[in-house]
Write a new protein. Sequence first.
Length: 298
Amino acid sequence: MHARFTSAFSALPATLQTALQPMLDASDFRGMFSPQDVAHLRQATGLDDDALALEMLPLAACCAVATVSHFNVGAIARGVSGHWYLGANMEFLHTPLQQTVHAEQSAITHAWLRGEEQLAAITVNYTPCGHCRQFMNELNSGTAIRISLPGREVQTLGDYLPDAFGPADLNIAERLLTPVNHGFALEGDTLQQAAIAAANASHAPYSHSYSGVALQSRDGQIFTGRYAENAAFNPSLPPLQAALILMNMHNEPLEHIQQAVLAEAEQATLSQFDATRTTLAALGCKDFSVTLVSKPTV
């Protein structure tokens, strides 16, 4: 078991500890649970999905990178596929607070990057802030997604965000988590191609400023992230932060980024370049380049 989970694990109910132990001990554990894992945990504990996810929240909170607030928030995104995905808040020293990742954003993006196409519920240990409620309103599950909090009845996003403003108000049909492919040709080396592939799957229906990031760690692993735009603009998640979420879920220190590539649509309205470079520099990565991509002419 990774050391990050030790303190939370010892506080879990004994039946849950026993059932979780082999999963957390697995060398390939990456912060997600398969439908078979979840079924085994339910059977071992006698808990339903909502109660089980609440009990497991301390594990998610252990993944927090709370270098500024020292306030750990954990979330679990539950996909319609039956997979569960951990998420936690992430903060970065010597960068603007706007670069912060909220726990709900982390869990949702983690699910998206793993290929989940729709969420049924999200469990979080503190009330979602307005920023996160708006971020969730971009999802293809809409305001029907269920939100579970300790000590409260499960409610929908619609209950937490009445009279919501979202994509439909801007006549946008595309929703976050629905698979897309923007048609950029893969070119360059392995890292560049990974960044372009991420840009192809990014969600930017308002600005059409598609972008993706690929990070290579010291041991050669590649982590990719996609831009997730929002109808209200400010809750949009940059592609670098998405890649850092995945890196964090792999228990890979963020300071181990050796090389980074940003792929952006050519002549796009927005650019992620300056913010990406600044945050990467704060994490100690100086080997950063940008690849401009354009759709093939028909």
